[in-house]
Design a protein around this ligand. Structure first.
Ligand code: CU
Length: 302
């Protein structure tokens, strides 16, 4: 049933093959394409990718190459539950997770007395939870309303694109995303430099402790954190790494045409099994997959 990538911290659902037709993309919203909450980046040439010790060559992180991006606007933060709720209320849009009736939830976020769930081969910490969706991030007992300023999660690539279209925006290309994440630094692993915890300070929401058994919450968080938590990078952008994976527009790899790219890693990343909390790291996920650690931010042409 699964198409999981055991090495990484987000599964691919393998939902495709069903008979349903895609949810129609809603009409563009009023005030479309506004740049509230966004910053304008100059663009230009930068060094994309990494070949350093922490990179995963099999993910296509390298080689380091010169890439040029045009000027563009980008959200300073990921789209929040409150923002996605406004979209859903205005359009009646139903996400892939809502239509399929389930999504992947990190097992550590479920109550101890939660009914048995199915797992993912090679990544047993992912539980297939009936009723989980952006509205109910850990299943029917949970409510996204109390997480209004947290990133929306359990949204597929399709859902992210529908939100962007409604807002008059679009998903970033991987080049735009990485240019933005680097925040003006060159050849660094993180948005602030090369050290995971400079001077012992936590700069992003990732796992501390022994994955998946114990999270010490040394960074202050177990699951998602608010989108503007932690200091921003040099471009004023929050949580480009850690917290939630962010969908990009691109296909992941010509050999895996059914997968789209996601960037930035999540609250589940830990060096013991997934170092994808770096600006050059990437993974491919099928476009109808959803899970509790993947969201998105929007961009706009300048
Ligand atoms: Cu990871």
């Amino acid at each position: 049933m699964t198409d999981a990538h055991p090495a990484c911290c987000a599964p691919s659902s393998g939902r495709r093959g069903g008979t349903r037709s895609p949810e129609p993309v809603p009409d563009t919203g009023v005030g479309a394409g506004g740049t509230a909450g966004m910053v304008l980046l100059d663009g230009g040439e930068f060094l994309m990718g990494s070949e350093d010790d922490r990179a995963y060559p099999a993910d296509g992180e390298g080689p380091v190459r010169r890439v040029e991006v045009d000027p563009f606007w980008i959200g300073t933060a990921a789209v929040t539950n409150a923002e996605f709720a406004a979209f859903a209320d205005a359009t009646g849009y139903r996400t892939d997770a809502e239509r399929f009736g389930w999504s992947f939830v990190f097992g550590g976020l479920l109550p101890d007395d939660f009914p048995p769930t199915r797992g993912v081969a090679g990544a047993p910490w992912w539980r297939l939870v009936e009723g989980a969706s952006w509205r109910h991030p850990t299943g029917g007992h949970s409510d996204a309303e109390r997480l209004a300023d947290h990133p929306v999660v359990h949204v597929s690539w399709n859902d992210a694109g529908a939100y962007c279209a409604w807002a008059g925006l679009r998903l970033p290309t991987e080049a735009e995303w990485e240019y933005a994440a680097r925040g003006g630094l060159q050849g660094r692993a993180f948005p602030w430099g090369d050290e995971l915890e400079p001077a012992g300070e936590h700069r992003m929401n990732v796992w501390q402790g022994v994955f998946p058994r114990e999270n010490t919450r040394a960074d202050g968080w177990y699951g998602t954190c608010p989108v503007a938590e932690f200091p921003p990078n040099g471009y004023g952008l929050y949580n480009m790494t850690g917290n939630v994976w962010e969908w990009c527009r691109d296909r992941f790899d010509p050999a895996y045409r059914d997968r789209r790219s996601a960037r930035g890693g999540s609250y589940l990343c830990h060096e013991s099994y997934c170092r994808r909390y770096r600006v050059s790291a990437r993974q491919g996920i099928s476009p109808d997959s959803s899970m509790g650690n993947t969201g998105f931010r929007c961009v706009r042409d300048a």
